[in-house]
Design a protein around this ligand. Structure first.
Ligand code: HPA
Ligand code: ZN
Length: 326
């Protein structure tokens, strides 16, 4: 089998960020929302840098307003993702961006996503789990309702709590209340860190929030002692190289630290983050890792096995997905 054809698992996607521009344009037209300024003349999303990306992302989210929107989005995303051989996917959903964090609305949105996920599992052989996500740059207090939402909707679909967004507000420990609430509810934990922040952000996130995975975490490569600690604690990095290249968190593919992290014994996985925003797919990520670092079937198989072992699913699901990854 060639590396492109192998069955894949990805842990780090944002459901809203997987929405194709055409999908968001359709919803905007239906609801008479004018967000034309977020699109480039070629029809894609238009953003200059990470801050602007977050603004464009938030504007796109305003079109997602009812359970049917989320059901259709989930189905469209799973069809596209499955077409790249992905058999297991985890996705972040952000109550702060859609529906104003209203918990009663979110119960219905999540139920609609789960319905679509079950239908897609049956039809397409892809399993989806959801991670309710707070938005870090809204600040520590604003992250609490999302954690409450996660705790109250924990079940067969929502299995984790996380935090996305910019790393510029406060220190990781300021968000401990939300992570503690989610942990007490039995949720698995991950947090974006070290995408923009330095190794200290990654170290503090591990120490103060008790997460078992880190979203991105690439700045850890600047600190050998931290890489050794992450390897020793078996914390898994959800690395999204194509996202890092497009948002300029790294200088380019050749200088991306994923190979350095892996060679230091850090458990790495590969994901697409927000594919239509970054013009990527899992196939494209594999192509670039093959071209840049010479990674091939054995390397990608190892990434997928790491992802499945770190997946926020129950053991029965893990065993079912393991068969698909064989
Ligand atoms: N980084 C931080 N927050 C995000 C991202 C990202 O790449 N995508 C969606 N929210
Ligand atoms: Zn992300």
């Amino acid at each position: 089998m060639t590396f492109r054809a192998i069955p894949k698992a990805e842990l780090h996607t944002h459901l809203e960020g997987c929405a194709p521009p055409s999908f968001i344009k359709g919803l905007a037209a239906e609801k008479k929302i004018d967000i034309s300024k977020i699109f480039a003349p070629d029809g894609g999303y238009a953003f200059r840098d990470f801050d602007h990306f977050l603004q464009v992302y938030e504007a796109a989210c305003t079109t997602l307003q009812n359970p049917e929107d989320f059901r259709r989005l989930t189905m469209a995303v799973l069809e596209e993702t499955a077409s790249h051989g992905v058999v297991y996917m985890e996705t972040f959903v952000s109550p702060d961006f859609c529906g104003g964090g209203d918990l009663s609305a979110w119960r219905d949105y999540l139920a609609a996503m789960e319905d679509a996920a079950l239908e897609a599992e049956e039809k397409l052989g892809i399993t989806l789990k959801g991670i309710v996500t707070g938005i870090r740059h809204f600040g520590p207090d604003a992250s609490k309702p999302a954690a409450r939402c996660a705790a109250e909707t924990k079940g067969s679909f929502i299995t984790g709590y996380g935090m996305a967004g910019g790393e510029m507000v406060g220190r990781p420990g300021d968000y401990a209340y939300s992570f503690d609430m989610a942990r007490e509810a039995g949720l698995r934990l991950t947090c974006h860190a070290g995408e923009w922040g330095g190794p200290d952000m990654v170290a503090d996130t591990i120490r103060d929030l008790g997460v078992e995975r880190i979203g991105h975490g690439i700045s850890a490569a600047d600190d050998p002692a931290l890489m050794a600690e992450i390897a020793e604690k078996e914390i898994v990095l959800e690395v999204c190289p194509g996202s890092n290249v497009v948002l300029k968190a790294v200088g380019g593919w050749a200088s991306h630290p994923i190979a350095k992290l892996r060679d230091a014994g850090v458990k790495v996985t590969v994901s697409t983050d927000d594919p239509p925003f970054f013009h990527t797919t899992m196939t494209a990520e594999y192509d670039m890792l093959h071209k840049t670092f010479g990674w091939d079937v054995d390397d990608f198989t190892a990434l997928n096995n790491t992802a499945l072992a770190a997946a926020f699913c129950d053991d029965k699901t893990r065993a079912r997905v393991a068969k698909r990854l064989e």
